[in-house]
Write a protein that binds this ligand. Structure first.
Ligand code: ADP
Ligand code: MG
Length: 606
């Protein structure tokens, strides 16, 4: 219950619905007891065993309420009876029907209001998880499986939602139904009712035994679900490779393995859950059996209670069974809910290691320089950047070159603060990155990466993602600068064309030009281009290169380029190897040194 309690706070905004639910559940419980009692006069009429009360009884005090009601009913019945037995029957049956009508109406109303709470909680938890996903650092997602997160957001949240109904039923509705029914039973026969009460905790004990292992089973089921969701995701994304490498069968095998596990785990879970209702029903009917034997004696031998009253008493006792069954089911459901809540809480309470400090400042503009001072960094255990010093002046274009794996992207990641350095510091105008708000840092930065990240939306919406207020003219200007305008307007719906999942309806070069246009439109103070033109053919690259040179004018830019011909005009070229800077200088300076850069250029000219 520990985790479920934490989730309970999501119900607070909906507490008025909870109160309405409770209110109608009280009425429901009351009417469900009353509707059973209403059978007494009906049976009396049928058996014609009513005492002849011909004087209308008077209400005196609360303690004699029961006698008063009994006498009043008898009086009414007799009053009618004397006139016409047919009419009386209709009269009594109508009361029964009316009471049942109200009972069910209140039941519906209670469910009606709880619906808002349940679905509201569902909505809010999903929103909260999504919020968290947006804000958590990228490291969180390299460790977690996508499918696992999706499973938590879909089925776990649903499980919690179901539990919310259970908890209210468990706390309010069913206990009240039991209490009201018990009161009615006590008024009929104290002795018989005591007899029933003794049996309830005994059955409760057995039922709770079954529920013990539920939590672990539920965890296994969910974990496996996460696994196969991840697998589906991977399979859909990796279609082309799977097909051409003939890996279909091995993926099918993997998937079937996972669904087989899921099959076994969820069978176990369902078997356990399914055991709840039959067990409690069986215990219930055993109680009734004893009751029939014991009460039967009271009716037949001791003649303590009337046959008709005893029948109703049995009805009432059976009436307790339904809520008792519901309670045992609720306990199960809450156990499962708690397991689901634990998985949700794990995401909601995941520590955001890159959270803004309280005193983090807003930095509006970049004025003089970016400084890497004795920076060391490792993703996990392996050191990627041992000790790096680099200064980038405002307005300069700095190119990072070197073999793949030499740490170029890592430097871009650190500058954008997707990760924090281990030691040393990166500062902007002398202010260390962790001291400023992430939002203000990200507002200053524009990134174009090698794998263009586009969203399943229209071109225009992909473009304006960093500048919602952009006018159509600005968008077209940016697209023209990125050499994308002409292919966009050639599409059927122009800027409103949808580009499919991750932009898959476009070619690699088109995707890249759109991400360049997106960065141009944002007009950032610091531009990071990480192999931004690598998917373009030489022709398009030339065109985009011109555009990039144009927007880099007077702007601070960190350019990572594979093709060295594209960075010749950079103010500073930084040559990297194994996370270290081995050479710096301008194109001509480095060429004349005839060392690493010279060699790299030579290699590319072959
Ligand atoms: P480059 O961009 O120069 O090709 P990277 O900066 O991407 O190189 O990578 C530098 C080194 O860091 C590589 O050895 C790579 O294996 C490692 N690396 C990159 N990203 C991660 C990551 N998310 N987790 C662990 N290691 C990583
Ligand atoms: Mg890279």
């Amino acid at each position: 219950m520990k985790y479920f309690k934490k989730i309970l706070k999501y119900a607070i905004p909906y507490k008025s619905f909870a109160f309405l639910n409770i209110f109608f559940n009280i009425l429901y419980a009351l009417f469900s007891a009353l509707s059973m009692i209403a059978f007494i006069p009906l049976l009396e009429v049928l058996f014609q065993s009513t005492k002849k009360i011909v004087i209308k009884p008077k209400y005196s005090e609360i303690s004699s309420l029961k006698t008063y009601l009994e006498e009043w009913l008898s009086f009414q019945i007799n009053h009618q009876l004397n006139e016409d037995i047919g009419v009386t029957l209709i009269y009594v049956v109508s009361i029964v029907i009316a009471l049942f009508l109200f009972k069910n109406l209140f039941n519906y109303l209670a469910l009606f209001f709880i619906t808002y709470l349940r679905n509201g909680v569902l909505k809010d938890i999903r929103n909260a998880i999504f919020d968290k996903i947006i804000n958590l650092p990228v490291t969180f997602f390299t460790e977690k499986k996508k499918g696992d997160i999706m499973a938590r957001m879909s089925t776990d949240v649903l499980e919690v939602q179901i539990s919310f109904l259970s908890i209210l039923e468990l706390l309010i509705r069913e206990p009240l139904t039991i209490i009201f029914t018990l009161i009615a039973m006590f008024t009929i026969s104290f002795k018989l009712t005591l007899f029933v009460i003794i049996f309830i905790p005994i059955s409760g004990f057995f039922i709770s035994l079954i529920g013990k292992k539920l939590r672990r089973d539920s965890d296994l089921v969910q974990k496996e679900q996460g696994n196969f969701l991840s697998l589906i995701d991977e399979t859909i994304n990796g279609q082309k490779i799977i097909k051409t490498f003939g890996a279909g069968n091995s993926f099918i095998h993997k998937f079937q393995n996972s669904t087989e596990k899921f099959f076994n785990y969820s069978n176990r879970l369902l078997h356990r859950t399914n055991l709840a209702a039959p067990t409690s029903e069986f215990f219930g009917i055993t109680v009734i059996g004893f009751l029939l034997w014991y009460g039967g004696q009271m009716v037949l031998i001791d003649q303590e209670i009337k046959g008709s009253t005893f029948l109703v008493f049995i009805g009432l006792a059976y009436n307790i069974l339904t809520p008792a069954k519901a309670i045992s089911k609720s306990i199960f459901s809450i156990r499962k809910g708690d397991a689901a809540a634990a998985r949700i809480i794990e995401i909601l309470e995941a520590e955001n290691t890159l959270k803004d400090k309280k005193d983090a400042i807003d930095k509006i503009s970049f004025k003089s320089k970016i400084e890497f001072k004795n920076v060391s960094f490792s993703y996990e255990n392996q050191v990627v950047i041992p000790n790096l010093n680099l200064t980038i002046k405002k307005g300069e274009t700095v190119a990072l070159v070197g073999q793949s794996g030499s740490g170029k992207t890592t430097i871009a990641n650190l500058l954008a603060r997707f990760y924090d350095v281990n030691t040393g510091s990166i500062s902007l105008d002398g202010i260390a990155l962790p001291k400023m708000k992430k939002k203000s840092l990200h507002d200053m930065i524009g990134i174009v990466t090698q794998d263009s990240i586009l969203f399943n939306d229209s071109i225009i919406n992909n473009l304006i993602i960093g500048k919602k207020s952009a006018t159509k003219e600005e968008v077209i200007k940016a697209a023209k600068a990125a050499n994308a305008h002409h292919f966009i307007i050639a599409m059927e719906k122009g800027y409103d064309s949808h580009i499919g999942e991750s932009g898959n309806k476009l070619s690699g070069g088109q995707k890249q030009r759109i991400s360049i246009a997106r960065a141009i439109l944002k007009n950032p103070q610091i531009l990071i281009l990480d192999e931004a033109t690598s998917s373009l053919d030489t022709e398009s690259e030339k065109l985009v290169q011109e555009a990039l040179e144009y927007i880099m004018l007077g702007r601070t830019a960190v350019v990572i380029a594979h093709r060295l011909s594209t960075i010749q005009k950079a103010d500073l070229i930084v040559v990297m190897k194994n996370g270290k800077i081995i050479e710096t200088g301008s194109h001509t300076q480095l060429l004349s040194k005839k060392e690493e850069y010279y060699n790299l250029v030579q290699l590319q000219q072959i």
